[in-house]
Design a protein around this ligand. Sequence first.
Ligand code: NAP
Length: 422
Amino acid sequence: MDKIGIGLLGYGTVGSGVGKLLKKNAEDIRLATGRRVELRRVLELPGFSSPELDPALVTHDVEDVFGDPDIQVVIELIGGTGAARDFQLRALRAGKHVVTANKQLLGQHGAELLETAEQNGVHLRFEASAVGAVPIIKVLRESLVAAEVSTIFGIVNGTTNYMLSAMSQTGAEYADVLADAQRLGYAEADPTDDVTGKDAAAKMAIMSSIAFHSRVTLGGVAHEGIERITAVDIAHGRRLGLVCKLLGVARLIDGAMNVRVYPAFLPAAHPLAGVSGAYNAVFLESEAFDKIMLYGPGAGSVPTASAVIGDVISVVNTAAGSFTKNCLCYKDLPFFPSADVVSRFYLRLHVVDRPGVLARVAAVFGEQDVSIRSMVQEGGGDAAELVFLLHPAREARFFAALERLSGLDEVQGEPSVVRVEE
Ligand SMILES: NC(=O)c1ccc[n+]([C@@H]2O[C@H](COP(=O)([O-])OP(=O)(O)OC[C@H]3O[C@@H](n4cnc5c(N)ncnc54)[C@H](OP(=O)(O)O)[C@@H]3O)[C@@H](O)[C@H]2O)c1
């Protein structure tokens, strides 16, 4: 088999990047693999047109892809969990290898797809589904397979990182920064998946399933977004030497998994604090190697396409055997409850400035065994604010204290809460 035929489903942002790279690097790919990797069909919706794509390759009927015996690899870049799921399952059942960047599909239906790939003796590869161009899946699956990775900790969403960086640099509010990000193309018209943390959660589900060898789906990843982060909190953080980031955090605690996405303050000297704009960075931790940090663009047409092509090359190079296991979730670990995780918190309370307020707030913390590391009072009268940095405490205890504080007569409005990582 000296020729590998590709069927490409979807010719949007990433699909067109794949088309371009396959054409531009055809000779390099042939020299690297000993095979000619050739785009044979592109599935698109009726009405589609692209000046750079040979119209003879375009079809609106997916059977033209599945029924072509010269197509060995199907690349799904439609996105979503509807047609994309159906097409991937049909491609796998038709004996085609599948490569995709579809994080939501993998995060929700990974087990079904990987099992179907296994049953049909074909590959399902998804490097571009987590952290775009950064080769983290391959590193976890292959390079670190025996290293018992215990923590994945990082910035895995470029849109929110861009927005938090912009809020920090300009002092602007969330809504203004979101509007700018949409205008500049850093945020989509519907930014929900990004700003609520759902995009990051899907990536964390995919990465932690591989790192921990135990299935994590999107539903198993509690996610908080950045919608409630205000310019005031970011400014307070800066005064305290802290930088706000949306973090994906997956930890093995006492043999159980805790996988979450939340905004957190980091010390300004932390390596992740310096990751700004649309970039992503992830720390992997293990007793075997301490820490490894991977850094790079998490999205974009050509960067993401390069990860897709990398998967095609892996498939081509290993299709005859060797490393063909698709699913590495051979364990069934329990989940560690978030309420029992020990965390540090930043808390900003809007209070009525009257004698005894501080003592009442401190008493509530005391009742829950939450101790105060530092406290700053800003303003006075009706506009008084108390900004606390707290020592590590079980999250259940902190949130119990928060509920009690919210019920005090002197506490007004919604408290601001951000975790602090060190
Ligand atoms: N963009 C990134 O930087 C990036 C990074 C990492 C991962 N990803 C993932 O890559 C995948 C593709 O993302 P993208 O940004 O390239 O999306 P996109 O620009 O919206 O491209 C999707 C393409 O598929 C077409 N399409 C939709 N439904 C179809 C169907 N039923 N049959 C045939 N074609 C169909 C769309 O046509 P219309 O335009 O006519 O609807 C569009 O051309 C997603 O899973 C995404 O999460 C993207």
